[in-house]
Design a protein around this ligand. Structure first.
Ligand code: NAD
Length: 490
């Protein structure tokens, strides 16, 4: 059986007597590899290697680091099919979906190819007699990233590309469910010219994660995962004096007004709720529909569209939805469907209890549509993170606006309408971090920054964009005076 080891100091390294966990192939349900977990000693070794390598890397000119990032970007493009196959084989998402994810990660590598410009400081001439003031953005030293299962390449790239481009050494702990893409990213970075020890990968779960958040030589931790873990990681790291940014879970609403283009809403709802089997932090698992007539009409259209949605494995290029990541996760999603029934919601299409011919053990679920969800239900309050679309009915715009605004998650929201006036009111009033207008998954482009509000993000600075440069550097301000005959004040 294949073993997935650590990547430390520019090579794959195996450590004796480690804890092992299985890595599944969601399409077949079979174990495809075993993952070696890093303990605190192994994490400390990776940090020591990173600490030793970092000063020389940060002394390179920003142009040099930009050139390395250009080569890294080219290598990622050359290897995109290989990377997509690795991602799909552990996550289960369709190949096109993996390629799209990689493209999003590549956009951030693109961005940091401009690191000489992004990292440059500011200068004020003549702040006082003969006095100039300037700022320098310095790398922090050793920084770390802890990433979720659902974007095995994109989220590591969100973090490692800016962190390394500005001169840090980086220790990544990817999800134990989708660990292999990170290993290839590390190898390709090395090939691109990132020196050994600057990008290290340690594997594991809470044990390795806590070794990172507790290590005194790690100066900043970027985390993406569920809210409960994000909150705990934020508290632990911030308590230890580290700079922290911790993105949590989501429950993104799509608000549908009676004047919306319902054909478009149906297409967007299918992509938003069932793309990647609903396992996206930017998924749209809730539709708040204003008006009974609109709700009835939309429900009918969704039932028809769901019946035509093709579920299949990653090799099936015509499939529109793949399996969920593990059997355990499948059972969790099924539990939420049952909970919705027990709470009195109306399960219109039930995606449980089917299997894919030839892949009977695969972790497949079919799309589920639930109507008459109410906002007091636990199945509405909590993140399901599977292919389940819940409809909440509202009578007025104000009522619909209040649901995403008062939900404890605040990652993203969308409004569907033909009215510019209503859309504008919605954008101004809704209490959510990322807003789409007739756009189901409003993921900001790489030169803006990504981050939600409320329980969806802890810490001030967001992922990628200029925020990531601020997050991974610290500012030094210099006030200098070079006295001359003309400027000395006597
Ligand atoms: P998770 O919270 O279970 O795990 C995330 C990471 O944290 C993993 O690497 C895990 O091993 C590690 N971890 C677990 N306990 C830890 C601890 N005590 N200390 C340090 N690290 C620890 O999340 P998941 O199931 O892998 O991913 C799905 C979740 O991620 C969903 O809730 C989804 O909404 C969220 N997510 C959020 C965003 C965002 O940007 N807001 C993006 C993608 C996914």
């Amino acid at each position: 059986m294949r073993m997935i080891t650590q990547f430390i100091d520019g090579e794959r390294r195996s450590f004796p007597s480690v804890r092992l966990t299985p890595v599944f192939e969601p399409n077949t349900g079979q174990v495809q590899a075993h993952l070696e977990h890093a303990d605190a000693t192994t994490v400390a070794q990776a940090v020591a290697v990173a600490k030793a390598a970092q000063p020389a890397w940060s002394r390179n000119s920003p142009q040099h680091r930009a050139q390395v990032m250009f080569r890294f970007k080219a290598l990622l493009e050359t290897h995109q099919q290989e990377l997509a196959a690795i991602m799909s084989s552990e996550h289960g998402k369709l190949i096109d979906d993996s390629l799209g994810e990689l493209r999003r990660g590549l956009d951030v590598v693109d961005l940091v190819c401009g690191v000489p410009h992004l990292q440059k400081g500011e200068y004020t001439k003549g702040a006082g007699p003969g006095v100039d003031v300037y700022s320098i953005r310095e790398a922090l030293g050793v920084v770390a990233g802890i990433t979720p299962f659902n974007f095995p390449a994109m989220i590591p790239l969100w973090m490692m590309a800016p962190a390394i481009a500005v001169g840090n050494a980086f220790v990544l702990k990817p999800s134990s469910r989708t660990p292999s893409a990170s290993m290839r990213l590390a190898e390709l970075a090395l090939e691109a010219g990132v020196p050994a020890g600057i990008f290290n990968v340690v594997h594991g779960d809470q044990v390795a994660g806590e070794a990172i958040t507790g290590h005194p030589d790690i100066k900043a931790v970027s985390f993406v995962g569920s809210t409960v873990v994000a909150k705990a990681v934020y508290a632990r790291g911030a308590g230890a004096g580290k700079r922290m940014q911790c993105m949590g879970g989501a429950k993104n609403h799509g608000v549908v007004l009676p004047d919306a283009d319902l054909d478009q809403v149906v297409q967007d709802a299918l992509a938003g709720a069932f793309g990647s089997a609903g396992q996206r932090c930017m998924a749209m698992p809730v539709l708040v529909v204003v008006g009974e007539k609109t709700a009835e009409d939309l429900r009918k259209r969704l039932v028809g569209a769901i019946a035509n949605l093709r579920v299949g494995g990653a090799p099936d290029r015509a499939a529109q939805m793949g399996p969920v990541v593990t059997g355990e996760h499948k059972r969790k999603v099924e539990g939420y469907i049952q909970l919705a029934i027990d709470e009195g919601a109306d399960v219109v299409v039930d995606g449980r209890g089917r299997s894919l011919p030839g892949s009977e053990e695969g972790f497949f679920l079919w799309p589920t549509l639930i109507d008459n969800t109410t906002t007091t239900m636990r199945s509405y309050q909590e993140e399901i993170f599977g292919p389940v679309l819940q409809i909440v009915r509202a009578e007025t715009f104000e009522e619909a606006l209040s649901y995403p605004s008062s939900h404890h998650q605040g990652n993203a929201v969308s409004i569907f309408t033909r009215s510019g006036d209503m859309a504008q009111r919605f954008v101004e009033q809704v209490a959510v971090g990322m807003v789409g207008v007739n756009f189901p998954m409003p993921v900001p482009v790489s030169y803006h920054s990504f981050g939600g509000w409320k329980d969806s993000a802890f810490g001030d600075l967001n992922q990628y964009g200029e925020d990531s440069i601020r997050f991974f550097t610290r500012t030094k301000l210099v006030t200098q005076r070079w006295p001359s005959e003309n400027t000395i004040v006597r």
